[in-house]
Design a protein around this ligand. Structure first.
Ligand code: GCV
Length: 660
């Protein structure tokens, strides 16, 4: 039986799957071959599209040339999730060796629109570069007194949990799975990596609630994972220890995991934040993180599950006076000695930069230094430090730079990420899903880059625009590119300069506070004084962080003369008069970029204003309202940062503009 397409609750935005995106495919005579649950999903999609647009979808008929589109299981050279696409003699064919591949093939046809049914096309094979393309939800089950329902969530509440209970709005969850499948995402974890009491129980007596979510996502090929607490044997199991080498602890995890698979046979595995920002971990028992991860890998192994073990381990209780401790070094220092010690079922999940999802960071050196470990790269789609979905900040270009970056051995980060590409989700129960309607582009782009890390982000944005605005009138596509293309660099201009990072308000991380974290225990300092600014992370005189890279990066980053401008203050403490490669001094660069950044927001706001009438009114109004806030906030950033550095340095703006 074809699976009906989920019906969106009243008022919920269809994001990149509005019915009109299916016009080309829905007007065709289509045949679907094969059997299995995801084939029913494909059939359901086509049946709905044909109902709307006058085509016909039939099943397993003998091909007689009378079909415009034939989708079927078959080709065995395609690998998991791959599909082949071709067009010959007036028939477009999609062949896949499994149901997921067929679904991805269908969405490929949807993306192509009329072009999928025009002319002839030689057989193309499409396969995901990465087997795991995953979103981590930092959703709390109970409302956290400080972090709320969703930690770093800027899109309302959680799709899954509300005030301690499962929401059970499974149609919406299914619709979410459908959106994820359409951009290639195939896994999610459904709860915060900071595992509080209510979340912890999802592993045991509340696993049924997770199973319901898994059931809603399964028809769209999305597997469900769970964040678990390393201390679960104590807090849930009543054992005296969580020591990974203890026999009873190993037995407890084995049994707990067996029960999870009883409830969710295709369960993906665990996500663990251990010895990180107060979460429990193996250090308490004098054990290594490989021993910790391998404990869970062993429990998951009989069922084919994976543990995603996060590498975000650092001292969050640092003394700011201590100049020898450098948070940027921490993940490498902890994990590189463990290379080769992780079990096959353990994936080390590494944030893309060494600090914490700043607007500009170097690529984590860990990603080039653990060749014998399965690594996953973690990005942050939720815009914790990039405007919190009140600012337009399309992160495609930044992620693309990260994924194309090559460490010493010549592999790009996208190729190193054998354990997958993972991102912190930006989705909530907001009618636009992502708070800022244009932040949908970030989620879509993440999925497509996870499928193909070397894809051109601009082409991905084109896809997103064409799908989301299928009836776009002239001017809209150009307008959307105008406001999105450069928005990350604009954001960078009016916030923390030259890779120095942070300067945000403590706690919630929104808005400027130049010294907000300067005298805190979190290890995120800029060291501005009257002479200069930046962190000396060189080997010769600094923390030695630059030495964690191989060639050519270690040498390049070591000297302020060769360090790329955009990372200069990440690697060096330089005088305000230091001349950048651009020919400007650091202080003048700070002034100029902050003025320019605000001007660019003003321009973008005006472009958006000119699109009234081309975008549906609710979406237009939401974005317009957010532009007001973005502009207010950008001005605040400009004025605080410029005033701060003027007061520290005493150097006036070369162009005589107003600095407070
Ligand atoms: C889930 C940053 C965020 C925290 C987050 C943490 C992490 O520190 O501010 O909210 O915790 O990263 O990635 O674990």
């Amino acid at each position: 039986m074809p699976l009906p397409v989920p019906v969106l609750p009243e008022g919920v935005d269809p994001a990149w799957l509005p019915p009109a995106a299916f016009r080309a495919v829905g007007g065709r005579r289509t045949m679907i071959r094969g059997s299995g649950p995801l084939v029913e999903t494909v059939h359901g999609e086509l049946a709905e599209a044909c109902r709307r647009f006058g085509g016909r979808a039939v099943r397993d008929a003998v091909p007689d040339g009378a079909y415009d589109l034939v989708l079927g299981l078959g080709g065995d050279d395609l690998g998991d999730e791959g599909f082949a696409f071709a067009r010959e003699d007036g028939t477009t064919t999609v062949t896949a060796s499994d149901g997921r591949g067929l679904l991805y093939g269908l969405f490929h046809v949807v993306r192509l629109g009329e072009a999928a049914f025009t002319g002839a096309r030689a057989r193309e094979v499409h396969r995901p570069a990465l087997a795991l393309r995953m979103l981590d939800h930092w959703d709390n089950v109970a409302v956290h007194p400080v972090m709320g329902q969703v930690e770093r969530g800027y899109a309302g509440g959680s799709l899954f949990w509300e005030d301690g209970r499962a929401r059970r709005e499974l149609d919406r969850v299914r619709a979410y799975g459908r959106l994820l499948a359409a951009c290639g995402i195939n896994a999610i974890s459904v709860n915060n990596v900071n595992v509080h009491a209510a979340e912890a129980r999802l592993l045991t007596d509340r696993i049924g609630e997770v199973a319901e979510i898994a059931g809603a996502l399964r028809p769209y090929g999305v597997r469900t994972h769970l964040s678990v607490s390393f201390a679960a044997p104590i807090t849930l199991g009543g054992l005296p220890t969580a020591d990974p080498l203890d026999r009873t602890v190993r037995g407890w995890w084995a049994e707990a995991t067996r029960r999870v698979y009883q409830a969710i046979p295709d369960f993906g595995g665990y996500v663990v934040k251990a010895d990180s920002e107060g979460q429990p971990g193996p250090f308490a028992y004098g054990r290594s993180h490989a021993e910790g991860a391998n404990l869970l890998a062993a429990a998951l192994e009989p069922f084919g599950g994976t543990v995603h073990w996060r590498a975000f381990v650092y001292d969050h209780r640092q003394d700011w006076r201590d100049r020898t401790t450098d948070r940027a070094r921490a993940a490498y220092d902890h994990f590189v000695p463990l290379d080769g010690e992780f079990a096959a079922g353990a994936v080390l999940q590494v944030k893309h930069g060494p600090m914490d999802f700043q607007v500009r960071e170097p690529v984590s050196p860990l990603l080039g230094a653990m060749p014998r470990t399965r690594l996953a790269v973690e990005l942050q789609v939720t815009q914790e430090y990039t405007g919190q979905q009140r600012h337009v900040c399309w992160l495609g270009p930044m992620w693309s730079e990260v994924l194309r970056f090559r460490h010493e051995q010549g592999l790009s980060v996208g190729e190193v990420a054998r354990g997958g590409l993972v991102a912190v989700s930006n989705v909530g129960d907001d009618p636009f899903w992502t708070g800022h309607p244009l932040a949908q582009a970030n989620l879509y782009t993440f999925g497509r880059l996870a499928w193909q890390p070397d894809a051109e982000p601009g082409a991905v944005l084109d896809e997103w625009i064409a799908l989301s605005f299928p009836d776009a009138l002239e001017g809209l596509t150009g307008g959307l590119h105008a406001v999105l293309d450069g928005s990350w660099r604009t954001y960078e201009k009016y916030t923390a300069p030259l890779g120095v990072g942070f300067m945000v308000q403590p706690g919630h991380h929104y808005g400027p506070s130049v010294d907000g974290y300067e005298y805190s225990p979190w290890g995120t300092y800029h060291f501005a004084d009257r002479e200069g600014v930046g962190v000396d992370r060189g080997v010769a005189s600094g923390t030695g962080y630059a030495g964690q890279y191989g060639k050519p990066w270690a040498e390049l980053y070591e000297s302020p003369d060769t360090c790329p401008d955009e990372l200069l203050l990440f690697f060096h403490h330089v005088p305000y008069g230091h001349v950048l490669k651009s020919g400007k001094t650091v202080i003048q660069h700070i002034y100029d970029t902050h003025f320019e950044g605000v001007e660019e927001v003003e321009e973008a706001r005006a472009v958006w204003g000119s699109l009234t009438g081309l975008v549906d009114p609710a979406r237009h109004a939401r974005v317009a309202e957010r532009y007001e806030e973005q502009l207010r906030s950008a001005r605040e950033w400009r004025d605080q940062v410029n005033s701060y550095f003027f007061r520290k340095s005493g150097v006036p703006d070369g162009r005589g503009r107003l600095i407070h």
